[in-house]
Design a protein around this ligand. Structure first.
Ligand SMILES: CC(C)(COP(=O)(O)OP(=O)(O)OC[C@H]1O[C@@H](n2cnc3c(N)ncnc32)[C@H](O)[C@@H]1OP(=O)(O)O)[C@@H](O)C(=O)NCCC(=O)NCCS
Length: 159
């Protein structure tokens, strides 16, 4: 997609992104308070993607926790999907994890979320576990995925 700008998420970005969050995640959507506490927590990298006119395209967040980093969220507005914005955000989170010294990036994805799984697979994430019936009340499993940043398996990422 032409002219996508990534920048740090600030507290005042939260209210405007809530409709996108609700549309994408439904009953599991984060509240404004959840975003604000994430932004205030240590070791977090939250980014927003905008078009050249400053309109919101997507956002993503990473938490550095011990030796690993966790993808907390990744979202691209429906109208902006499938144009490379999600990959751009994910690559930026992985870069932040590397810069923060993480040895791996971990995340959970719904077993029925094929678009996200395709994105993560294309970026070299491997499935390392399943949390059965993790998402309630929908009763959907979570797949635990990992991208190694050091040691064996590192370098599988394509960017
Ligand atoms: C998952 C999501 C972030 C992907 O964002 P996106 O901007 O549409 O993804 P991109 O355009 O960067 O796609 C990159 C690659 O991912 C894969 N991919 C993305 N969407 C896909 C889809 N609908 N079907 C199949 N593959 C898909 C493809 O390999 C794609 O590369 P290609 O377009 O060259 O084939 C977006 O669909 C989204 O926000 N979904 C709802 C929220 C969500 O599920 N978040 C993840 C929670 S773990």
């Amino acid at each position: 997609m032409s002219s996508v700008v990534l920048r740090r998420m600030r507290w005042w970005d939260v209210e405007p992104l809530l409709p996108v969050e609700a549309a994408l995640f439904g009953a599991s959507a984060w509240s404004a308070e959840t975003f604000w506490s994430e932004l205030a927590a240590p070791g977090r990298t939250y980014l927003v993607a905008e078009d050249g006119g400053g309109a919101l395209l997507g956002y993503a967040g990473l938490a550095l926790a011990g030796p690993d980093a966790d993808v907390q969220t990744l979202a691209v507005a429906a109208h902006a999907q499938r144009r490379g914005v999600g990959a751009l955000l994910l690559d930026a989170l992985v870069a932040a994890a590397r810069e923060g010294g993480a040895s791996a990036v971990l995340l959970e994805v719904r077993a029925d979320n094929e678009p996200a799984q395709a994105l993560y697979a294309a970026r070299g994430f491997e499935r390392i576990g399943v949390r059965r019936r993790y998402y309630q009340p929908e009763d959907v499993d979570a797949l635990v995925l990992r991208l190694r940043l050091t040691g064996a398996g590192a370098g599988a990422q394509r960017s």
